[in-house]
Design a protein around this ligand. Structure first.
Ligand code: NAP
Length: 256
């Protein structure tokens, strides 16, 4: 029997875990796709292709050329463009699509969260008075905080912020998670941070700062996700394996 082909859109710990679970399956050929932004990406358990496809048309062409049976969108909850492209390319080519998106964090006793819907709103939510801000949203949207140059920023990212912020008082920290609660408490104390800006990304690797803020009684400006879209979706890797098998089996039965 021919192997069934899966393309996983990745760039997340879940995508890597999922690829690892499917890597040894003799009935499957799995490829993982990365955007190619990270200079030194983590090793992956299956063959990788890297770089943009060239919009919906490019992704649709890839699905056709590589006779992909199942497209799994396991990209980050805030990577909106590639997820929209995955939906459109799946529709255009009739390729089955499964969305794996981890859950966000839930507010607990002691949390002081201000929930906002966008990075621009997060900038405004910091207010007019100068504050010491821990910016933990990655490097791509950090520039938005140039609009509030009165604050001190500690910007943490995997790769350097390039170009750097124009705001005058910025420290940069290059680091890749996971981050422990203890290390995050220490970091927040050492930099005398009084507010954190984070996306509600969910997941354990970067939850340390959320728990650390709770321990220290610090406020968080939390950028929330856009509403979810209908379709085959799950929030756990385990369930994604089950659903992938189910989708591939019904596909085989139809004899396509
Ligand atoms: P995005 O805005 O949704 O995507 C922008 C473009 O990047 C897409 O149109 C696509 O280019 C390309 N792209 C994105 N993910 C890709 C993938 N897995 N494989 C091939 N091309 C991809 O994405 P983003 O927010 O810049 O995120 C880029 C990557 O970093 C994603 O893989 C995501 O999972 C990961 N990530 C994002 C965040 C975040 O906060 N946004 C955090 C952690 C990790 P074409 O249109 O040319 O195909």
């Amino acid at each position: 029997m021919d192997k069934q082909r899966i393309l996983i859109l990745g760039g997340t710990a879940e995508a890597r875990d999922l690829a690892g679970r499917l890597a040894d399956r003799s009935d499957l050929a799995v490829t993982l796709s990365l955007a190619g932004r990270t200079l030194d990406p983590a090793p992956q358990p299956v063959p990788v292709r890297a770089g943009g496809f060239g919009g919906v048309e490019g992704l649709a062409a890839y699905l056709g050329e590589h006779t992909i049976d199942l497209l799994i969108d396991a990209t980050h909850p805030f990577a909106k463009q590639i997820s929209a492209n995955a939906r459109a390319a799946s529709e255009a080519t009739g390729t089955a699509l499964l969305r794996l998106e981890r859950l966000g964090w839930d507010e607990a006793d002691g949390d002081r969260w201000t929930r906002v819907d966008s990075v621009a709103e997060a900038v405004t939510a910091l207010g007019d008075d100068p504050r010491r801000v821990f910016l933990a949203i990655g490097r791509q949207e950090a520039k938005a905080f140039d609009a509030a140059p009165q604050h001190h920023y500690l910007v943490r990212s995997v790769d350097p912020v390039d170009p750097p912020l124009a705001a005058p008082d910025v420290d940069y920290l290059l680091a890749r998670g996971p981050f422990s609660v203890e290390a995050e408490v220490e970091l927040l104390r050492a930099h005398r941070i009084d507010v954190i800006v984070s996306k509600n990304s969910g997941g354990e690797a970067t939850e340390g700062k959320i728990v650390a803020a709770r321990i220290l009684g610090l406020p968080i400006v939390l950028i929330e996700r856009a509403a979810t879209v209908d379709g085959h979706r799950t929030d756990t890797v385990e369930d994604a394996v089950r659903l992938a098998d189910h989708l591939l089996a019904s596909f085989r039965k139809r004899g396509v």
